[in-house]
Design a protein around this ligand. Structure first.
Ligand SMILES: [Zn+2]
Length: 148
């Protein structure tokens, strides 16, 4: 019998990655397929990343003490940012890394880097032709059914 919580031990400490199917839309061009590449964090990694963020911001708060004029703003800001960013990192199970796929506008492959906090759906310019691309989770994309 498994203990409650459903957390299974991670035999492999290396970070794991995942791929999700996405749809790439741009205006009236027909939607194309793509992949969202993400990094999956284990419970241990999330805890470590949260602790590092908290420590980092409080270190910045301590370093701000000698800055005479700015420390009235910087110290409370860093003291608050520490636990806030740590909480967000603790909750972040998966972080976006990049998206690959076919651009419907220039009809070629693209690879775009994404920020860790980026979530679908998202508008991003195509790195090749700079056309605005709408990246949507393929499982929730219903734009095809709207068109005849
Ligand atoms: Zn393009």
């Amino acid at each position: 019998m498994f203990a409650s919580g459903g957390v299974q031990p991670q035999p492999n400490p290396m970070p794991t990655s995942a791929e999700h199917k996405i749809r790439v839309n741009s205006g009236e061009y027909p939607a194309r397929d793509g992949l969202l590449h993400t990094r999956v964090y284990s419970q241990k990694e999330r805890t470590r990343r949260a602790a590092l963020a908290w420590l980092g911001f409080w270190l910045l708060a301590a370093l701000s003490i000698p800055i005479v004029v700015a420390h009235l703003i910087l110290i409370p800001a860093f003291l608050i940012a520490g636990p806030v960013v740590a909480y967000r990192r603790l909750k972040m199970r998966e972080a976006a890394e990049k998206a690959t796929g076919f651009c419907p506008v220039h009809d070629g492959e693209f690879t775009m880097e994404l920020e860790a906090g980026d979530t679908l759906p998202i508008w991003q310019p195509c790195p090749e032709c700079h056309a605005p691309l709408h990246l949507v989770d393929a499982l929730v994309d219903n734009t095809r059914s709207e068109k005849p």
